[in-house]
Design a protein around this ligand. Structure first.
Ligand code: EPZ
Length: 428
């Protein structure tokens, strides 16, 4: 397993290009199941999860052409040859559950392995399943699989439009039901829907395939089902979490970096927190410019919430920053119940953090010290790397396969801004 070694203490200066969003691209790829024509995605990031989902779609009958150099993916599902999402693939990536809604919408049947546990929380998929049931699907949970079908007695095997209120906001369940509703009979109203930019991106792609959708980006989305969707070409939205992660790099090292292609509207909660911490974020023609104002950082307290609130996927990175603030910050994680695994690792670098329930009290120190640390999940990994950029001496982050799921060319992007960082290939 690869490791990444960082020697800290250099202020970062330069430009970092923002890649296409992983979390937008995954649902967009599953939208290919809704049509027999070609869906072309551009600005596709080169990440392991994209390959995993491509394999899954291939096993369902998709022909997949991935031009990695051009960041382009062509997907065509002329017919669903096997509506079965096998455990071997689903266990690698929870977003695989997103094939269920489209398969049911297209052919009235689908079988998907239940995703197993996850490091950051239980992450059940009950909301996806309850919503599809409300649309007329019959579910049979057996042998670790969800066997779903729409009985012929329901609209001749076609899902029906419903008014469905999500009991809690869920990005994935909103995406699954949104896709399912595009081909359902009648109108679907999704209430308390997620408002994340990835939902808006998906709705834009579906609309250009011929779907009738209103309200994406608000908490109520209305979808009028149509008989068929066509192919289209769609550019994947910028990755706001990659962007936000790299915004912390000049903040924590005292540098000045431009995020090329960055958009303030995608990271406004983070930008507000950074501003309060003493880091300026401004829109420039190339994207976003982030630079640290003079002196030590101010402590800032955050609470994670669904969009447009502060993103859980940027919680670990903000915690790394706050370890160096002058004073105490509190960081409350409301979305996932086990998303503080970076805390003991940051502690090994000299950070002072105490956890009570779902809140971490971070008391800033003057400096961090490099140490060997272990990545436990995707966003925890980048937080350790960010801490390493600011720490004295060398930090070696192991288990960076977590990092590789969400950050492409991470060493290259940071090195271009002056970071001393290298990948060490090999066994752990
Ligand atoms: C998406 O996960 C992202 N993944 C996550 O990013 C992100 O952390 C999360 O949204 C929240 O923003 C992708 O887009 C591929 P949810 P998702 O359904 O859709 C509970 C990363 O680091 N819930 O919005 O799975 C759930 O347990 C990843 O890139 C249910 O109870 O998240 C959580 O507490 C990690 N039942 C809350 O809702 C359900 O059926 C929000 O989860 C579904 C969710």
């Amino acid at each position: 397993m690869d490791k990444i070694a960082v020697t800290g203490g250099r202020a970062l200066h330069g430009s970092i290009p923002v890649s296409g969003s992983k979390n937008a691209c995954l649902p967009l790829m599953t939208a290919a199941l809704l049509t027999d024509q070609t869906l072309t995605l551009t600005n596709v990031p080169n990440l392991a999860d994209i390959g995993t989902l491509s394999s899954l779609l291939g096993s369902l009958g998709a022909s997949v052409t991935h031009d990695r150099d051009a960041n382009r993916l062509d997907l065509r599902v002329a017919r669903l040859s096997s509506p079965l999402a096998h455990y071997d693939i689903v266990r690698k990536m929870r977003a695989s559950i997103l094939v269920l809604g489209p398969m049911l919408a297209r052919d009235g049947a689908g079988t998907v392995s239940l995703p197993g546990g996850c490091a950051i929380g239980a992450r059940p998929v009950d909301l996806h399943l309850r919503g599809l049931e409300a649309m007329g699907a019959t579910l049979d949970l057996r042998d670790g699989y969800v066997h779903a079908s729409v009985p012929r007695s329901v609209n001749g095997g076609r899902l029906r439009g419903v008014s469905y209120r999500f009991p809690v906001v869920s990005v994935g369940a909103t995406e699954n039901l949104l896709m399912a509703a595009t081909l359902a009979r009648g109108t679907t109203r999704l209430v308390n829907a997620a408002r994340e930019p990835e939902i808006v991106d998906l709705a834009e792609c579906l609309s250009s395939m011929g779907a009738q959708i209103e309200g994406a980006g608000t908490s109520t989305i209305e979808i009028e089902g149509v008989d068929a969707l066509s192919g289209t070409e769609h550019r994947v939205i910028a990755d706001r979490i990659e962007m936000g992660s790299f915004m912390i790099a000049p903040a924590i090292t005292g540098g000045d970096v431009i995020l090329e292609g960055g958009r303030l509207d995608l990271v406004s909660s983070l930008a507000e927190a950074l501003d309060a911490a003493g880091v300026s974020v401004e829109e420039v023609p190339q994207g976003l410019r982030v630079r640290r104002r003079n002196g030590r950082l101010n402590p800032v307290s955050i609470v994670t919430e669904p969009f447009p609130g502060y993103a859980t996927d940027l919680q670990a990175q903000m915690m790394a920053l706050m370890t160096l603030a002058e004073g105490t910050s509190s960081i409350t994680e409301q979305i996932f119940e086990n998303r503080f695994m970076h805390v003991p690792e940051l502690g090994r670098m000299g950070a002072k953090i105490e956890i009570t329930g779902n809140t971490a009290q971070v008391t800033g120190v003057e400096s961090l010290r490099g140490a060997p640390v272990m990545a436990t999940d995707l966003r925890a990994s980048i937080s350790l790397l960010l801490a390493g950029l600011a720490a004295q001496g060398e930090t070696v982050v192991s288990r960076v396969y977590h990092l590789d799921r969400g950050y492409e060319r991470v060493e290259e992007k940071l090195r271009a801004c002056g970071a001393s960082i290298e990948r060490i290939s090999g066994d752990d």
